[in-house]
Unconditional design. Structure first.
Lengths: 280, 320
């Protein structure tokens, strides 16, 4: 375990190699996008729009969490970049399984974001009147457990379900990234193009930017069943207590995890045989 | 006096000839890539289209669901998204090769030296070396298609003046995005590692936010987003100006279908042709201001770079 923690620490400190400006400019962009989206939802609510069954507070909390947990809800490991840059070879020389060290590196790279963006943003949002904790406490969606009341017990169950859902989302995100990285090995030089397409798919199908309930023509119902929905939409819906039965969402996440991890391991093993690396 | 202006005219003509020559060379290089590596070139074009459309689809679907966002109806939003695609398409086609739009990269990496040893002025290189008319055309063509479709749905019959105004506004929007990128990139002269990717952040800021109709925001925020952080000038305000929602912007536009008139006039009531339209003035003033600020800050940074050079390379040639 210690070697993974050291890998995480190294990865976390590497984020600061480019200086504070390098790291803060990305957070500035995220903050600006978040503010615009929050104001957009507020303006829509003010014009009396039907928010797809969400209350305004739920919608704002959903958007806030999607932003502060963006790295966890859209997992991008160093795998693709390592293939592209030829640095993958160095991962094979370390005394750790390749996939596991990439997961540790990724988790480590989240730490600066959590400290410098996520926590401050949640604090500022709470001061401004948007308190995610409040949303969790007032979440009364679990009628199947007869926990329709609010209070500490309901909040505890809600929090636990959210945590399980978030962990499953992260796990699925890793599996998806490794499948994607395996495919990148096949397309060789076109890894950037493949990355662009992946980014496009995630932006639309994960529900991180726009909640599925706000999409027209009942598209959200279909998107919710797709694996991408289990990476972002599911944990966010569990947190705010929307989207129906949280157990159904978690079971769906579990199913996709089993399918995608099996596929990821098989594909990665096969792709390794085709791996060509120059430089590093 | 006549001699000086004649000399100036000759200089301008020779510069234009040289620019056309250089654009031709860039176009030829791009064509060669397409012919030699057609599969990857087509993949790039496809990826560009998918990536760009996906960001717009979200806003369009919201417009479809709600009918009206920020004072714009579905077709107007589609028009704005088409406009935004054209702006991004022009940047992709004319300024994406060699990181011309993402200038903090060559600055931060100490690659301005490569440009300084060329027998062509720097401004001319920046204007021409990013040109990729084949591999970079997909986005622009998409944008033109979306805009034409939206124009048809809105029942507009654009005249020549309107089309000219459209082109001028596109140039202004492109200039504002590139100007902001260059202003921020000037930091890379002084902090090459920290600011190497700052133009990526600036352009991403525009890409992510220019697609939203900002009409629902408060007047103060709208003004801030059109001046301090001029995201609104990249698509929202020019599209509004072109649609003539509340002012005199309907230069040469004939509303062909009376049934669409209501849709076009979603904003404030028509003010009449005698009142000045502040939107056009804001766009023009801001374009000039951003361009001047970009030129000044970049020139200042270049002076610093010429004296100090890049500190990022070790003796053995590796970049830190």
């Amino acid at each position: 375990m210690r070697k993974y923690l050291i890998t995480m620490r190294l990865s976390a400190s590497r984020a600061f190699d480019g200086g504070l400006l390098y790291i803060l400019s990305g957070y500035l962009l995220k903050s600006a996008s978040l503010i615009i989206l929050l104001l957009l939802w507020r303006a829509l609510a003010q014009q009396g729009a039907d928010l797809g069954g969400f209350t305004l507070e739920q919608l704002l909390t959903y958007t806030l969490l999607a932003s502060v947990l963006s790295e966890q809800l859209n997992v991008i490991t160093p795998a693709t970049t390592a293939f592209w840059e030829g640095a993958i070879i160095s991962r094979y020389m370390r005394p750790l399984p390749v996939l596991a060290q990439m997961m540790a590196e990724t988790a480590g790279s989240w730490l600066p974001g959590l400290l410098l963006y996520s926590i401050p943003t949640v604090i500022i949002a709470s001061i401004a009147g948007l308190n995610p904790g409040g949303a969790l406490l007032s979440n009364t969606g679990f009628t199947f457990l007869a926990l329709t009341h609010t209070g500490p017990l309901a909040a505890l169950v809600n929090g636990l379900l959210f945590l399980i859902s978030l962990l499953l989302a992260i796990s699925l995100g890793f599996a998806m990234d490794f499948i994607f990285a395996s495919l990148v090995i096949y397309v060789k030089n076109a890894s950037y193009q493949a990355y662009q397409i992946r980014r496009a798919i995630v932006a639309l199908f994960s529900g991180a930017l726009i909640p599925f309930a706000l999409l027209p023509w009942g598209m959200g119902r279909i998107f919710e069943m797709l694996p991408f929905g289990s990476t972002a939409s599911a944990p966010l819906l569990v947190f705010i207590g929307a989207g129906g039965n949280p157990i159904r969402l978690i079971l769906l996440q579990l199913f996709w995890n089993l399918v995608f991890w099996a596929a990821a391991l098989i594909l990665f093993r096969r792709s390794e045989e085709r791996l060509v690396s120059y430089g590093g | 006096m006549t001699g000086i202006s004649g000399k100036g005219l000759c200089f301008a003509v020779s510069n234009i000839k040289r620019l056309i020559q250089l654009w031709g060379i860039s176009a030829k290089l791009d064509l060669l890539w397409f012919l030699r590596d057609t599969k990857y070139c087509l993949m790039t074009m496809f990826a560009d289209v998918v990536a760009s459309l996906s960001s717009f689809v979200g806003v369009f679907l919201l417009a479809e669901r709600f009918g009206n966002i920020g004072g714009m109806n579905r077709d107007q939003i589609l028009f704005m998204l088409g406009y935004a695609s054209i702006v991004n398409g022009v940047i992709t086609m004319c300024f994406s090769m060699n990181n011309v739009a993402w200038i903090s990269r060559p600055v931060g990496r100490g690659q301005m030296d490569h440009k300084l040893i060329q027998p062509v002025p720097l401004w001319m290189q920046l204007l021409t070396e990013g040109f990729i008319p084949i591999s970079g055309s997909s986005f622009l063509l998409c944008g033109i298609g979306i805009t034409c479709y939206a124009t048809g749905r809105l029942g507009l019959a654009p005249g020549l003046l309107w089309i000219l105004l459209f082109i001028v506004l596109i140039i202004c929007s492109v200039a504002i995005i590139l100007g902001c990128s260059y202003i921020a990139s000037s930091l890379a002269f002084y902090a090459p590692v920290a600011a190497e990717e700052i133009s990526t952040t600036v352009i991403a800021l525009f890409n992510d936010l220019m697609i939203f109709p900002l009409g629902g925001l408060s007047a103060v925020l709208r003004m801030a987003l059109c001046t301090v952080v001029p995201i609104g000038l990249a698509a929202w305000l020019p599209a509004n100006f072109l649609l003539g929602q509340s002012g005199v912007a309907q230069v040469g536009v004939v509303q062909a279908d009376a049934t669409h008139v209501g849709a076009i006039q979603v904003g404030a009531p028509q003010a009449g042709a005698t009142q000045p339209d502040l939107r056009g003035v804001i766009i023009l003033i801001m374009t000039i201001a951003v361009a001047m600020l970009a030129a000044t800050s970049f020139r200042k940074g270049m002076k610093y770079y010429v004296k100090r050079g890049s500190t990022r390379y070790h003796d053995r040639g590796h970049r830190s």
